[in-house]
Design a protein around this ligand. Structure first.
Ligand code: IMP
Length: 427
């Protein structure tokens, strides 16, 4: 067994960090391969809460190598802040972190561009509602190539020239877009040269490192950011992020060929959340939605925005599970659904009077669908102290069985609270 992936199957925030943290002890290397400071992975260890953006959740387990691969876009000051904050809590990053010299760097102009462009509607009168972390503009420059800077470029003699040329161009673009951001090339050069020096011990050719690792039989754990429904190619475009956040992104973002990936764990919540714009067929705008938000602390790790909450959507998750090649499911936050008289699951959509069970490819079709519900009895007992799946109340077990049957994948893990010990493994 070489590669195992942990992939979110909804619109992000499925609590993947907890699963990665739990599995890490069985792996040699944990790899982040897409996304950037837009991601927020929360891990709770011994009552301590760690919020990570770039740094793989494996840093909380000793003896594990953590790799940030070429498909990530890195914001150096944010990454350094994470490293400092971990160090202040006695989690030292020394020879257990590698950052790809091939990855692209987020600069202040990307953040300024994101902020100004995010204000415009992109479909149905809605704007994307990005995290304003410069993610889209950085990936846009990566694909455009002429105005992109990779981490390895920060150590080259022409780095100053590159910054000057790009600042000259970006300042004009930003002015055209109506941004008042003032970019000063010399200040940006000095600041990022400082960041580069601090990051130097971690910068490496991670692609060859990972290829050596798989060929040597090491066990790799790939930690996805966001969720499959936010995938740039296969998600709810244009209300998506700018990377391949479904399972298809692992190989491209890490450099490890798909043939080494042997197992995929799809992470879902027992309900659905979404942050930012875009259609959300099972959204609850009533007091049940608010109850889920309150009990699940459904506020963004990165931006603090309240998350939109809704019932579990089988159509979306089944699509995401197939797309990501999922073997088994991890169902998170089951405790949040306790004490409801009934729980609903969306088993199909009604699109213009026709029942469909495939996820539509066009967002405007998705806006028009009406969920077809299956209503299941709730359970009144608190599940947070359960130690085995068999100990869960009958209503909760029935709910899990039905979700598994409808999605077409077995459930391997159920989480009933934030702590490591509140995790139940299928026998
Ligand atoms: P961006 O990734 O900042 O460009 O944002 C694009 C869309 O993805 C917005 O709807 C964001 O709210 C969403 N998004 C980005 N990162 C995350 C995440 O980690 N969790 C949930 N939603 C995210």
């Amino acid at each position: 067994m070489s590669g195992t992936c942990v992939i979110g199957l909804q619109w992000g925030d499925e609590a993947k960090g907890k699963i990665v943290d739990l599995l890490t002890r069985d792996f040699d290397v944990v790899v982040r391969y897409q996304g950037g400071a837009n991601a927020g992975h929360t891990v709770v260890v011994a009552g301590q809460v760690y919020k990570l953006h770039h740094i793989p959740s494996g840093v909380l387990s000793p003896g594990v190598m953590n790799v940030i691969g070429p498909g990530v876009v890195l914001n150096p000051p944010v990454a350094l802040q994470e490293i400092d904050s971990l160090a202040s809590r006695d989690i030292k990053l020394t020879d257990n972190l590698m950052i790809s010299d091939r990855l692209h760097v987020v600069f202040p102009w990307h953040i300024a561009e994101d902020k100004v462009m995010n204000a415009s509607p992109v479909g149905g009168g809605e704007s994307i509602g990005t995290t304003n972390r410069g993610i889209g503009p950085c990936y846009r420059d990566k694909y455009g190539r002429s105005h992109a800077i990779r981490l390895g470029d920060l150590y080259r003699p022409d780095f100053r020239d590159k910054v000057e040329r790009i600042v000259d161009f970006k300042q004009r673009v930003l002015a055209q877009l109506g941004s008042s951001e003032l970019l000063v090339a010399s200040e940006i050069f000095d600041e990022y040269s400082g960041h580069a020096e601090r990051l130097r011990p971690f910068v490496a050719d991670t692609t060859n490192y990972l290829l050596d690792a798989v060929e040597a039989g090491k066990r790799l754990l790939f930690e996805g950011a966001q969720g499959a429904m936010l995938d740039i190619d296969h998600g709810t475009f244009p209300f998506v992020t700018s990377s391949n956040s479904s399972g298809v992104g692992v190989a491209a973002g890490s450099g490890v060929p798909a043939r080494w990936i042997k197992k995929v764990i799809g992470v879902v919540k027992g309900y659905t959340t979404r942050v930012g714009g875009g259609p959300f067929p099972t959204e609850l705008t009533d007091e049940i939605g608010q109850r889920i938000r309150d009990l699940g602390h459904e506020y963004g790790t990165t931006t603090g925005r309240p998350r939109r909450c809704g019932w579990f959507d089988v159509v979306a998750v089944r699509y995401a599970a197939r797309l990501s090649g999922v073997d088994s499911l991890a169902v998170m936050m089951l405790d949040v659904l306790s004490q409801l008289s009934e729980v609903k699951v969306c088993v199909a959509y009604d699109l213009d009077g026709q029942r469909i069970d495939r996820f539509p490819s066009h967002t405007e079709d998705l806006r028009r669908v009406q969920p077809v519900w299956e209503v299941l009895p709730g359970w009144q007992q608190d599940v947070r102290g359960a130690h085995r799946i068999e100990d869960l109340p009958a209503g909760a077990r029935r709910y899990l069985d039905r979700v598994s049957e409808l999605v077409g994948r077995p459930i391997g893990i159920v989480s009933v609270g934030p702590g490591r010990e509140q995790t139940l493994f299928a026998s």
